[in-house]
Ligand binder design. Sequence first.
Ligand code: HPA
Length: 269
Amino acid sequence: METIRKAAGYITARIGEVPQTALVLGSGLGDFGKQLTEKTEIPYVEIPGFPASTVPGHAGKLIYGNLCGKPLLCLSGRFHFYEGYEMKEVAFYVQVLRTLGVQQLILTNAAGGIRTSFRPGDLMLITDHIKFFDTTPLRGSNVEELGPRFFDMSRAYTPELVEVARKAANETGVALREGVYAFMPGPCFETPAEIRMLRTLGADAVGMSTVPEVIAAAHCGMKVLGISCITNMAAGILNQPLSHEEVIETADNVKETFETLVKAILKQL
Ligand code: HPA
């Protein structure tokens, strides 16, 4: 808790006012920080206790500023399990945000489409998730100050925010699919057999992020909204190999629509 408090104290001292909402910029929203005015940028390396980056030159940063007259904290760059971080480290920033006083967290990511009616470029509102991979960010002694040992996950994707996203999609005319996101550890994409298994289990999309953070957020009582950018059809659906290039290219193509939707959501919060 001491490490969390230290990091939160450092951020508060740098930004002053604490916003209600934080937005994690996944693929497709990488440039979103440019939309903020009166910005303060804090590289993660400067924040005490933040995990050290495994990618030199891509350390990630917090971008604090104003959007549509409201303060917003963006996280540009996140920590992935496949990079070698422990689950605790991946979710650390969520506990820091909560300690800062942030109340709602919008998580965005790139994902492979498992539902065959999805198309690359679709946006999917996450209504629930599946994680059966063994470890979890909250393994170990519980920090009672943050939340209880055992806690509910049935409303982890806050119904009220799901409604806000549906409304924003309606108003902006952005087609928003909905579905269940399955967490896989990566860094390899899944096999076709794994994708068939995930479909049988009820997953609509698959990705390598977000779920550890949602678990930590549910634990400490934060509201969560999750949106996936379906950058590719998951393994085995199309007769072609998956590539990171395809993920980047689709995310880039859908960028404006994604930004429109997220802005409309933020206006309503
Ligand atoms: N699988 C896992 N993670 C992903 C994918 C995928 O197909 N696409 C983008 N992130």
